[in-house]
Design a binder for this molecule. Structure first.
Ligand SMILES: [Zn+2]
Length: 227
């Protein structure tokens, strides 16, 4: 999807037009204009879905929005066009949604779903980490962001894969961060990712964290595919 040059250069420049309605904006701090943002905030919560982890354990996953064209455009802008201030807007609304849903986040550590080093080098940043930092900021930094999981195997993009293929694709792809292992034992952790599709990636990360001794693992995503 082509973006105007100013948008491609991302946070180096202030946005001129709203990403969604393309109207020129008065408030130049954000990528989505006030009326469009109000519209996003008025959309219903996708809410909680439980992902099976085996041994009768489940991982509750909270998603703010259902995945549709608008949300796809926002995620695309965040991922590929370096619209970092967009993460702040989305993180704020994601946090409001979590509060509305009554999620207890006291003392939780936010754990971004990692990118492989190679992909991180290509992209220059991890959008899940941007989202996690935005959530931490929206909660007055009561929450810490600690990258506890690393991606040890380069995996192909999952968009064209079936549910089973996705599980195979991420098998053995993650490991605990060697430097930060000590944060895991007994901790309440919340994985952060952009989209929940089949849950294969979150499942694989949760297994690593539980094996490392985490007391509890939940997850937050910006959007969830209808299912
Ligand atoms: Zn707009």
């Amino acid at each position: 999807m082509p973006f105007p040059l100013a948008h491609q250069l991302g946070s180096l420049f202030y946005p001129a037009d709203c990403l969604l309605c393309h109207a020129s904006q008065k408030d130049l701090r954000h990528w989505v204009c006030e009326p469009c943002y109000a519209g996003l905030c008025a959309l219903p919560l996708a809410g909680q879905r439980d992902i099976r982890l085996g041994n009768s354990r489940v991982m509750p996953v909270f998603s703010r929005w259902f995945y549709d064209e608008t949300v796809q455009e926002l995620i695309h802008a965040l991922k590929y066009a370096r619209h970092f201030s967009l993460a702040a807007q989305l993180g704020e609304e994601l946090t409001r949604g979590l509060e509305q849903a009554g999620w207890d986040m006291q003392g939780c550590i936010l754990v971004p779903v990692p990118l492989h080093k190679r992909r991180l080098e290509e992209r220059g940043f991890n959008q899940s980490e941007k989202l996690a930092r935005a959530i931490a900021k929206a909660t007055d930094a009561r929450l810490k962001v600690v990258p506890l999981v690393r991606r040890v195997r380069y995996t192909q993009s999952q968009t064209q894969l079936s549910s089973e293929q996705r599980q195979q694709n991420v098998a053995g792809a993650f490991a605990l961060s060697r430097m930060r292992k000590r944060h895991v034992a007994g901790a309440r952790l919340m994985l952060v990712d952009d989209v929940l599709t089949t849950g294969a990636t979150l499942q694989a990360c949760a297994h690593i964290l539980l094996a490392g001794g985490a007391a509890e693992v939940r997850a937050i995503t910006m959007a969830r595919v209808h299912a």
